[in-house]
Design a protein around this ligand. Sequence first.
Ligand SMILES: Cc1cc2nc3c(=O)[nH]c(=O)nc-3n(C[C@H](O)[C@H](O)[C@H](O)COP(=O)(O)O)c2cc1C
Ligand code: SF4
Ligand code: FES
Length: 612
Amino acid sequence: MDLRLRGSDPTPAERATVDLFLLSSGVSEQANGRAANTGHEARAHRHLLLPALHSLQDEIGWISEGALSYVCERLTVPPADAYGVASFYALFSLRPRPPLVAHVCDDIVCMKKGAEDIIATLQDKLGPESSEEGAATWLRSPCLGQCERAPALLWQRAGSDDRSHAPASSEAVGRLLADGLFDAPERGTAPQTETPRDPRLRLLRRIGLVDPTDLDDYRGHGGYSALRRAVRLGPEGIARELADSKLMGRGGAAFPIGAKWDAVAKAPVRPHYVICNADESEPGTFKDRILMEEDPFALIEAVTIAGYATGAERGYIYIRGEYPLATHRLEDAIAQARARGMLGGNVMGEDFVFDIELRRGAGAYICGEETALINSIEGFRGEPRNKPPFPTQVGLFGKPTAINNVETLFNVLEVLAEGGPAFAGIGTKDSTGTKLFCLTGAIAKPGLYELEFGATLRELLDLAGGVTEGATIQAILLGGAAGTFIDTSDLDLPLTFEATRAASASLGSGVVHILDESSDISAMLLRIAAFMRDESCGQCVPCRVGTVRQEEALQRIVAGRKNASGQDDVALLADLVRVMSDASICGLGFTAGVAVKSALERGLLTPQGSNS
Ligand SMILES: Cc1cc2nc3c(=O)[nH]c(=O)nc-3n(C[C@H](O)[C@H](O)[C@H](O)COP(=O)(O)O)c2cc1C
Ligand code: SF4
Ligand code: FES
């Protein structure tokens, strides 16, 4: 097998970057493709493809043919395959790129908070989008998960750490470009919490109080008592507590965690794996980011409990590539936990082995879908797999795998602290515990809020100081880009899985985006349609073609143009939504038209400008 792209050699810097990365991953010269070009070698190292590409992008600033060719050679991956992977992810560039790149969010929240002003400044100072020349360039980006402090940017910097920048402004961006001052440490955002703190807070209890960089401080705030209790209970006892708690997954599908962990624990095939899904890319969502930035040891503890309960010795946290601070804090937390015997052999002095590997995504919303995420860790394009088989049966590396959202795992700590039956007493019969809500838009205090399931939308808005002074609510987008619009007649809707389902809505990832009379809902729908078209992995026709047709029909409706074929575009949109939701492989296709459908049903879709 020829593992070289035609006529391409790596530069010494590219070669050194790849060699250094592979050395740190334990891949020796002998064990690589040049020495042993076998199928076994290829399978053994394939999972290092994405991290190897990250090392090049991080250090060199782009991935040349020569560099890609060298990665293929070292990992024994066919070049066409590696090219397919590298070109799948938005944070990788296969063309020369200046060392500094500003990714500017122009998504549903930032678009109303000055994103276009920032883009105009960047255009003025750096020229057109995605230029290959000069010291810096800029790109439009989907939601960067910093919506509570919009507008947001991500500075991607070759040879240095990436930096989030929010709230950003044209002036600050101009100053940064002039001075290059990135010296101050990046800061996280503690969510909006009352002083004195609300004693009902559970998931956010430690946030803003605990030092996220100090394991001892975490322990001082009760950290690791849940793992201690878990070990006392044993895997079967944990399963009982989880079943009693009726805890449902918070990643969108509301699947009972007890059933998932039980299926993996009892699977005869070995080894087992656990994965924490920290890909959080639903526009308008930032809850997992805050949990990871401000309370990273809690996630490490919860993933360790998942490993113990399911009989896995290895866990992965797959974090979206646009979260540099959360990544840094988790890396540091994992290292401290390892150094202090909370990970590794004999965890906490107990008779079990468990370790965690952190994997970074590289800019692909679809990688939040659990089977796409698994493909991504394995070194393939982030394309969803057909289900069944489910990951609990055939998951990571073909083995039984429990995959859970960050917020779900935080809840496991609460279940173990309070006991399953007590946890089931919080919230409602079918939605137990508390829920995190990402509140943005025309609201006095945008931020992250925790409420017991069953509280109403009105209570949530009151907690956040109500609607912005002088504003009137036009609509509320519930659940993100794959969510639905509701309005003020729904303010007494209890925020539960069952009540939102009955109202043909969904809590989704907890997004509550308030749109006032000045919000341009048509522009927002166009942004959502572009997002779905861009993020569709293209694997199946209904979604690949449907998302393109949906965007085109929307553009015509908004511009007041007729469909050249004489077809009614509103009817066409309804058809597309039906076909995508009936015939797609995964949840992206099922939900790609949900927001558009809901806007049509509520009469919110109007020609550009008429509602602004
Ligand atoms: C397009 C798409 C994107 C998704 N993104 C995420 C995500 O970012 N985080 C997440 O936890 N789940 C996401 N999910 C849901 C996962 O597939 C899966 O249901 C979830 O990780 C399971 O965890 P839970 O049981 O704890 O909810 C996504 C699903 C789809 C279809
Ligand atoms: S529904 Fe869309 S995102 Fe999902 S597999 Fe099909 S093309 Fe890919
Ligand atoms: S950071 Fe811009 S919409 Fe989320």
